[in-house]
Design a protein around this ligand. Structure first.
Ligand code: NG1
Ligand code: ZN
Length: 528
């Protein structure tokens, strides 16, 4: 490792003195102007991680649903997963080092991780459509090459597409071909196989309206739609030709504001969905005949998917361990429905998809979704092999169910939550089951809820346990929350420090919107 050359090049990507950024729940994120040094250094770190794991590592330049002037970066581990926690610490140390300390921090990482520097390194890079992304991804490449790493720049990809590429490259082709065409073909073939089962009934062609948040999702859906257009037509809105990224549109806006995005025309009963800026989240919605807006969030998506999978497993006659993973933000009605009506085990993890993903890996089939629409389903290798074998061997009703399940397995992006893949899964399930969006929505009724952000002097004074549902510090806070909750019916409330913003989040739900609003407000006064 030529540290001299690294330091010289690092000076061209100098860190603003005193700027300290943390590798948070979704990597580094802030105003794009402050990120050049971070990008260069994450290029360096990706090379070290690649040498250590002897695998391809991914670097994604995006700030997801943040405003257009922000940007961010995160590393993707060998199986397409989020970076391991010990390396998040290395990332924070390296990003925070003043210019003269970079050499020392790199050497410390090499020593701590017992790196064999003679190993080759390979890094794949992609970016979203932000104006700042192209230049910032060049800085990543600069970091990769100065440490002698090889790289492939995919250019514009959705975040989950990059996760998919990393997974493909490290699974020796077992998972799929690591190209955009490979991705499109794998998903489309599975989707067309599924929808071919229904289209023979002479139905009019299905269509869905998609709000692309003025982001990368529009480009990638356009690139892909001709592969599956026989089964589904997608009508794109907020495709980036006019509006600003994530501005008054996109999954995060729709979920948090509980209203339709700007720039989409909705007729009563029409199925609509919104992606976020890097197309790893999706929520559905529709307007009823009275013009009322109905949101179908990640919890209802998880319920639709897990009930469909459970039905298929019953038909096939296989007893398989299926579990659903949620966070504390999951609507209480969804948890109750899954546990009591569907008899599916439900687990709660801390916020952040890496926690849900790891928990879901413990099951033969693990379905995980955050309420905000980020999620997917994971299938153990044993289950996948077995189902695909049964799909070939059996030719009765069981065989048909096995073939449906085999296609569904291929349709999921098992590396990461993926708005395009999830949309195709949902569209296929609705078509196969003949469900309208209203029927899907009616599976259960969401408990009214309210989320608030509270600005405090130091959000770290709040620490939590029990998957963030109970506050441990400051002393007395949890007891005070419990006392408030007791005053309401079907109520629940919790507080936690955000991992992505300098705020504390308050969540409350209760049997009426007024009660949920009041409870959230009362809890926020305890935090303030
Ligand atoms: P924080 O800021 O830690 O609440 C938010 C979302 C997470 C996750 C991350 C990463 C909520 C309540 N929180 O985390 O679910 O998506 O951003 O993007 O939606
Ligand atoms: Zn995102």
């Amino acid at each position: 490792m030529d540290l001299e050359a690294v330091c010289k090049r690092s000076a061209l990507h100098a860190k603003p003195q005193g700027l300290i950024l943390q590798y948070g729940t979704a990597g580094f994120r802030t105003n794009a102007q402050h990120l050049d040094h971070i990008m260069f250094r994450m290029g360096l770190l990706a090379v070290l991680r690649s040498k250590q794991t002897r695998s391809t590592i991914g670097v994604m330049v995006t700030a997801s649903h943040n405003p257009e002037e922000d940007n961010g970066v995160k590393l993707v581990d060998p199986l397409g997963e989020m970076l391991a926690p010990s390396w998040e610490e290395h990332a924070t140390c390296l990003a925070s080092a003043e210019e003269q300390d970079v050499r020392q921090v790199l050497a410390a990482i090499v020593e701590k991780e017992a790196e064999d520097l003679t190993q080759t390194a390979f890094v794949v890079i992609a970016r979203d459509t932000r104006p700042s992304s192209e230049k910032l991804s060049q800085s990543v490449i600069d970091g990769v090459t100065v440490l002698g790493g090889q790289f492939h720049d995919y250019g514009l990809l959705t975040t989950p597409q990059l996760h998919y590429m990393v997974y493909c490259r490290n699974s020796g082709g077992r998972y799929g071909q690591a190209t955009v065409e490979g991705y499109c073909q794998k998903l489309s073939k599975a989707f067309v196989d599924l929808t071919n089962q229904v289209s023979c009934s002479g139905d009019v062609k299905r269509s869905v309206k998609v709000d692309c948040a003025n982001g990368i999702g529009a480009l990638k859906l356009r690139e892909m739609e001709h592969y599956f257009s026989r089964g589904l037509s997608v009508l794109l809105f907020n495709d980036g030709t006019q509006g600003r990224l994530n501005h008054l549109c996109g999954a995060d806006f729709v979920k948090s504001q509980q209203k339709p995005p700007q720039g989409i025309e909705m007729k009563s009963g029409e199925r609509c969905c919104s992606f976020d800026g890097d197309a790893d989240r999706i929520v559905y919605y529709y307007c009823d005949a009275d013009g009322h807006f109905h949101l179908i969030d990640g919890d209802k998506i998880a319920t639709l998917i897990s009930s469909f999978l459970k039905e298929l497993l019953l038909e096939i006659g296989e007893s398989v361990n299926l579990g659903v993973v949620q966070t504390a933000y999951a609507n209480g009605s969804s948890t109750r429905y899954l546990e009591e009506v569907m008899k599916v085990p439900v687990y709660c993890t801390k916020t952040g998809v890496k926690h849900l993903h790891h928990k879901a890996q413990e099951f033969d089939i693990g379905v995980y979704f955050e309420a905000n629409g980020h999620g997917t389903a994971l299938f153990s290798e044993a289950v996948e092999v077995k189902i695909k074998r049964l799909a070939q061997e059996l030719d009765d009703g069981k065989g048909k169910a096995a073939r449906t399940l085999a296609s569904i397995i291929d349709l999921f992006n098992q590396a990461a939550g993926d708005a395009i893949s999830d949309m195709l899964v949902i569209e296929a399930i609705l078509a196969l089951k003949g469900l309208t969006v209203q029927q899907w929505d009616a599976i259960y009724v969401d408990l009214p809820n309210r989320q608030l952000k509270v600005k405090v002097a130091d959000r770290r004074v709040i620490s939590t346990t029990d998957a963030e549902r109970q506050a441990v510090t400051p002393p007395g806070l949890q007891e005070a929350i419990n006392d408030l909750v007791k005053k309401y019916t079907l109520a629940r409330a919790f507080v936690r420090p955000s991992g992505t913003e300098d705020i504390v989040r308050v969540y409350a739900e209760a049997n009426s919107q007024e009660s949920a609003d009041r409870l959230a407000y009362e809890v926020s006064l305890l935090v303030f």
